[in-house]
Design a protein around this ligand. Structure first.
Ligand code: IPM
Ligand code: MG
Length: 356
């Protein structure tokens, strides 16, 4: 098992440290596991003058899986796009062709009270957002800023998808639904955007190859509303890059905190990049208060998706359930009557629960 570890910036470092710690416990001392640490983001700039240094790219190429923390620093918008620490993640996604981003939103029963929604709306929630990750307005050309004919600054991006990009994510969606509750809801904006009309057509065409899976369509504004109104109607939501970015943060809050949400970004094979959905959270970085559970759960997704270690993944997930049942909480999911612990203590509690 060759694993590239890229803690990155902000809270990335401290949460990834806990995920690695739990990984070492669940795999045991004799596992054939090789961890290669590599700097990304500002950490990459500091070491090699590039947010995605060549050496880091080589480590990523050779690895079976990448455990990623988070990348970016406040104010990096001023830097040329591809050299921004925050863009290192986008470059890595593109370079490794990680087009399928799985963002499960699963309700942990002990955290029902931490959700801002009523318990009956979110109890038992288990949905999968499948976000296309290498196309759309994130990568579409042309893009840029210029001075227009009237002498004012103008900026533009291009929402762009071709047929094959849509059909490959469609196939992943239907195949994912086959292992779940056989429902796919495709989210677009076909009422306004040409790109999204093509999205809907291709989704419908590919859907005919999966008659056992029920396909529905929603416009993204309605989907946002339905996610808040009745999220349990969804099984797999498949959507483009930008809508998936937005809807997955919304879905995260259904479960109580974005600090709980893991993700896996896959290409065609088993190689994947695993990262918590939360970002760098610079305001709390280095203070030992960040929630390491999203990173720990991302590591569990790695065991399952890249290494087929389903039992070990389940052990990690049940250890997380165990510490929550014990009443341990980081600040983001704290509620009166529970015990507030820091990043390290939370990681340690998970390792102890595993050892049992
Ligand atoms: C995410 C993040 C990234 C994105 C940022 C950090 C570039 O918000 O993974 O959801 O927009 O994809
Ligand atoms: Mg996001």
């Amino acid at each position: 098992m060759k694993i590239a570890v890229m803690p990155g910036d902000g809270i990335g470092e401290e949460v990834t440290q806990q995920a690695v710690r739990v990984l070492q416990v669940v795999m045991g001392p004799h596992a054939a596991m090789e961890l290669a640490y590599a700097p990304v983001g500002q950490a990459g700039v500091d070491v090699a003058g590039d947010p995605l240094p060549l050496a880091t790219r080589e480590i990523a190429d050779k690895a079976d899986a990448i455990l990623f923390g988070s990348a970016g620093v406040p104010g990096d918008e001023a830097i040329e796009y591809m050299m921004r620490p925050g863009a290192s993640l986008l470059r890595l996604r593109k370079q490794l062709d990680l087009f399928a981003n799985f963002r499960p939103a699963v309700m942990f029963q002990d955290l029902i009270g931490a959700s801002t929604l009523k318990p009956e709306i979110v109890s038992g929630l288990d949905l999968m957002i499948l976000r296309e990750l290498t196309g759309d307005i994130y990568f579409g050309e042309p893009r840029g800023t210029h001075i227009n004919a009237r002498g004012e600054r103008e900026a533009f991006n291009t929402m762009r998808y071709n047929e094959s990009e849509i059909s490959r994510i469609a196939h992943v969606a239907f195949q994912t639904a086959r292992k779940r509750r056989h429902q796919v809801c495709s989210v677009d904006k076909a009422n306004v955007l040409d790109t999204m009309q093509l999205w809907r057509q291709v989704m419908t065409e590919v859907g005919r190859e999966y008659p056992d899976v029920e396909l529905s369509h929603l416009f993204v504004d309605a989907a946002a509303m339905q996610l808040m109104r009745n999220p349990k109607q969804f099984d797999v939501i498949v959507t483009g890059n930008i809508f998936g970015d937005i809807l997955s943060d919304a879905a995260a809050m259904l479960t109580g905190s974005i600090g709980m949400l893991p993700s896996a970004s896959m290409s065609h094979g088993k190689k994947g990049l695993y990262e918590p959905v939360h970002g760098t959270a610079p305001d709390i970085a280095g203070k030992d208060v960040a929630n390491p559970l999203a990173s720990i759960l991302s590591m569990a997704m790695m065991l399952r998706y890249s290494f087929d270690l389903h039992d070990k993944a389940e052990q990690v997930e049940s250890a997380v359930r165990h510490v929550l049942a014990q009443g341990l909480r980081t600040a983001d999911i704290y509620q009166p009557g529970t015990q507030c612990v820091g990043t390290r203590a939370m990681g340690e509690a998970v390792t102890k629960a595993l050892a049992k």
